[in-house]
Design a binder for this molecule. Structure first.
Ligand code: TXD
Length: 309
């Protein structure tokens, strides 16, 4: 059986690391593209040459030309600028909109049945732009953010309680940014809500660190933003789709009334399988949580209004 094909657009930190994780798990053949000639070719060849050592047979191709991407099952879009210290995700809006718009125009025609995974920031607005430009149905365009945000929250909870990260689940709603909405009562350690295990003050501190998790890394790295955990998060989505796992994951999805939000990409729990977003999972929110989600959606709406998408 032919292996699935995944295109990763943008051979920078997140894109190249995503390509690496995909082939290391033998999920798909990968086409890595970028505008900088030599970069995707060099990284793809280098990764291909790690195959004999790691023991994967996946093919990797690097290209600056989109024709190699034709017929992809999934297209991951990481092309764009990343944050530098002092920049917000929203500062990237117009430049990255130009880049993502051009990328989608190229890939949508060549892979008309593909599922698009948007990664470029500001995430929710870029996912919405990708959806509009592609003309794809809403279940085939999804944004990566919530898995990363909840992975950060899970890390901090596990460290705080000195338990395995495997025991910790976390629930994060909302846009990818300072207004994200972690839900402590649905975040658990071996099924026990963290509200039973940690004081309100400690939970608030961990929530705050989660919301600032991206900036914490940017301030340390100084010349770029996080990429290992982001790439791992994208890879989990790729796996859920290609292996039809029907996994419930927090992702940016286009809402048509779910959670009282209409016509906007916002982070919610979705079921990811071979058809893409197979279901938006709805839960009842407390009035405070609903208000926080509304505020988060308004912050996303401001950006999509600016882009007129
Ligand atoms: O949670 C999330 N969604 C995110 C998002 C987590 C981490 C990073 N996030 C965002 O992803 C970040 O704010 C950026 O907007 C993107 C990519 O981040 P990365 O860290 O990979 O940035 P790099 O290393 O600068 O790589 C970007 C690459 C670089 O090689 C450029 O040459 C290329 O994108 N690029 C393009 N490729 C193809 N086509 C076009 N037009 C193009 N323009 C730039």
């Amino acid at each position: 059986m032919a292996r699935p094909k995944v295109t990763v657009v943008g051979a920078g930190n997140v894109g190249a690391t995503t390509a690496q994780y995909i082939v290391e798990r033998e999920l798909a053949d990968v086409v890595l593209t970028d505008v900088v000639d030599g970069l995707p070719q060099g990284k793809a060849l280098d990764l291909l040459e790690a195959g004999p050592v790691h023991g994967y047979d996946c093919r990797l191709v690097g290209a600056t030309d989109y024709k190699d991407t034709a017929g992809s099952d999934i297209v991951v879009i990481t092309a764009g600028l990343a944050r530098k210290p002092g920049m917000s995700r929203d500062d990237l809006l117009f430049k990255n909109a130009e880049i993502v718009g051009a990328v989608v125009q190229e890939v949508a025609g060549l892979s008309p049945e593909s599922i698009l995974i948007a990664v470029t920031n500001p995430l929710d607005a870029m996912a919405q732009l990708a959806w509009r430009k592609s003309g794809f149905p809403r279940h085939r365009v999804v944004g990566m953010a919530g898995i990363l945000d909840s992975a950060r929250f899970r890390t901090f909870i596990a460290r705080e309680l000195d338990v395995s990260v495997e025991n910790v689940t976390a629930f994060v709603l909302g846009g990818h940014g300072d207004t994200m909405v972690p839900l402590p009562r649905y975040s658990t350690v071996a099924g026990i809500p963290i509200t039973e295990l940690l004081s309100k003050e400690r939970i608030e501190a961990l929530v705050k660190r989660t919301a600032n998790g991206g900036a914490e890394i940017v301030n340390l790295l100084k010349t770029g933003s996080a990429y290992y955990a982001p790439a791992a998060s994208v890879t989990e989505m790729v796996e859920a789709i290609l292996r039809d796992k029907k996994k419930i994951l927090p992702c940016a999805a286009y809402l048509e009334g779910e959670y009282g939000i209409k016509g906007l990409f916002v982070g919610v729990p979705v079921k990811l399988g071979r058809r893409g977003i197979e279901q938006v999972i709805q839960i009842t929110l407390t009035p405070d949580e609903a208000a926080a989600l509304k505020r988060s959606a308004e912050a996303v709406r401001e950006l999509t209004d600016k882009l007129k998408v």
